[in-house]
Design a protein around this ligand. Sequence first.
Ligand SMILES: [Ca+2]
Ligand SMILES: [Ca+2]
Length: 374
Amino acid sequence: MKKTFTLLLAVFTVSFSFAQIPTGYYDGTSGLTGYSLKTKLNQIISNGALDLGYGSGTGGLWTTYFTSDRDYYYENNGTLLDMYSEKPSGPDAYEYNLGQSTAGGNQCGSTNQNNEGFCYNREHSFPKVNFGGQSAVPMANDAHFVIPSDYYVNSRRSNYPYGETAAPSWTSTNGTKLGNSSFPGYSGTIFEPINEFKGDLARMSLYFITRYEDKLASFSQYQSATNPLDGSTNRGFQQWYINLLLKWSAQDPVSQREIDRNNAVYARQHNRNPFIDHPEWINMIWTSTLSSSETAAFDRTLSVYPNPVRNGELHLAGYGLDQIGSVQIYSIDGKLIQTVNQNLKNSNKIILKNTPKGAYILKTESQSVKFLVE
Ligand SMILES: [Ca+2]
Ligand SMILES: [Ca+2]
């Protein structure tokens, strides 16, 4: 009897914690992995999605923020939750009331000021210049990645990709940084949010390349040095950016605030961010498998020595190694075994893990090579 009750309770608890995902919303995803899962999610989250407009005065995104972006988690006072100024462990340097100034709010109007704390506006967390600007809808109006933020920090961010910097040239009141990238694979200027929100913003960018998968090829006309899109419809972003977003998503897992935000945006816009509902899908899409063309294609300029590998470590040789910031080791049937985030400029030695005797594929962003372990 007790056992039955415990089981019922477990079933109840599970169904309760997912109660906000509409029944059947993700039907058809079972058994899918890799880019076929991503394409299925594209269909699901595009179906019935509303474009509520950017909003002038009180409409569109300005209205959505009243339910999606309030602080009930830190100061817990219902002011705007701005990820570029929120200080999770201390009082914020400034806080914003929602709404227009005529109603006592701090929404930006026609005058702005070049310092923090003056007003909040709308920030395309994936920069709109990368997909055609404000007239490119529904992208430009999508609350799943267009977030409220301080006007001045937003303007300092400009169109730079997210990233990590070891030498910030500017730091905001909550520790958000601007500087040259120290993340392997990119050396341009980047914008680094605080740790608390790295996963939130990573899952927003992964949403973008899934929701707009069928439009990604058309965005290649907006390619620029600061645009991390790679022109493909499947992977979406350049490999270094995928590596960054996957790292951030793993180190800052889904929080109650993100779940609440996803539900609030869904209530308005009628579509969801699947990577908040099912964060395990991120690795299933971007790292779990090689496509059959990738397992077939090997590049002769990259080599492994010694081959076969006998003592659990290998070295890489070839042209352009100093540009490589990460490699993946796959089993011969295309399953990811190990990801090595290491700048090969510093060392070309790789220590293998979980590789019993057999054949493997080592893959960099642009090359792959087969090797044996004995
Ligand atoms: Ca706050
Ligand atoms: Ca977070």
